[in-house]
Design a binder for this molecule. Structure first.
Ligand SMILES: [Zn+2]
Length: 140
């Protein structure tokens, strides 16, 4: 059960499906139609919970997997951006076998590098979600 932060109504997860867009993971309140942010809960899990301030400092970053790609929220220059790490990149650059545990490990070990690439793409004019792909690591 979620609770809309705008109108305070309790919302069943069966009614409000999580969705993702350029601003991140969220659900839309069926009562007031406003947006509520969500974050991944638990290491390597796609279980979702509502965002709290403490999530930003977490080392094991929550992420969402969608069609194999990883999405996570990152603060760059005092603004939040959604970063999308493509399946192709996870497999070919980082050698993940596609399991949640390996994807989690890839993200944990390579987070600084991935954020560095995203920050560079941002400077080059990319918009959220900032896509990190094989070409960014010199793979065609
Ligand atoms: Zn509401």
């Amino acid at each position: 059960m979620w609770n809309c932060k705008h109108c305070k109504v309790d919302v069943s997860r069966q009614i409000a499906h999580p969705a993702i867009d350029s601003l991140g993971i969220h659900f839309v309140c069926p009562s007031c139609f406003k947006r509520n942010s969500l974050v991944g809960a638990g290491r390597g899990s796609v279980r979702l919970q509502q965002a709290t301030a403490a999530d930003d400092s977490s080392v094991n970053r929550p992420f969402l997997r969608s069609n194999g790609d990883l999405f996570f929220r990152q603060k760059i220059h005092n603004k939040y951006f959604q970063i999308q790490l493509t399946r192709d990149c996870l497999d070919r650059v980082f050698g993940s076998d596609g399991s949640v545990s390996q994807d989690t490990e890839v993200l944990r070990v390579n987070l600084k590098h991935i954020i560095g690439i995203a920050a560079q793409k941002l400077r080059d004019g990319s918009h959220s979600p900032i896509k990190v792909l094989c070409a960014d690591f010199g793979l065609a």
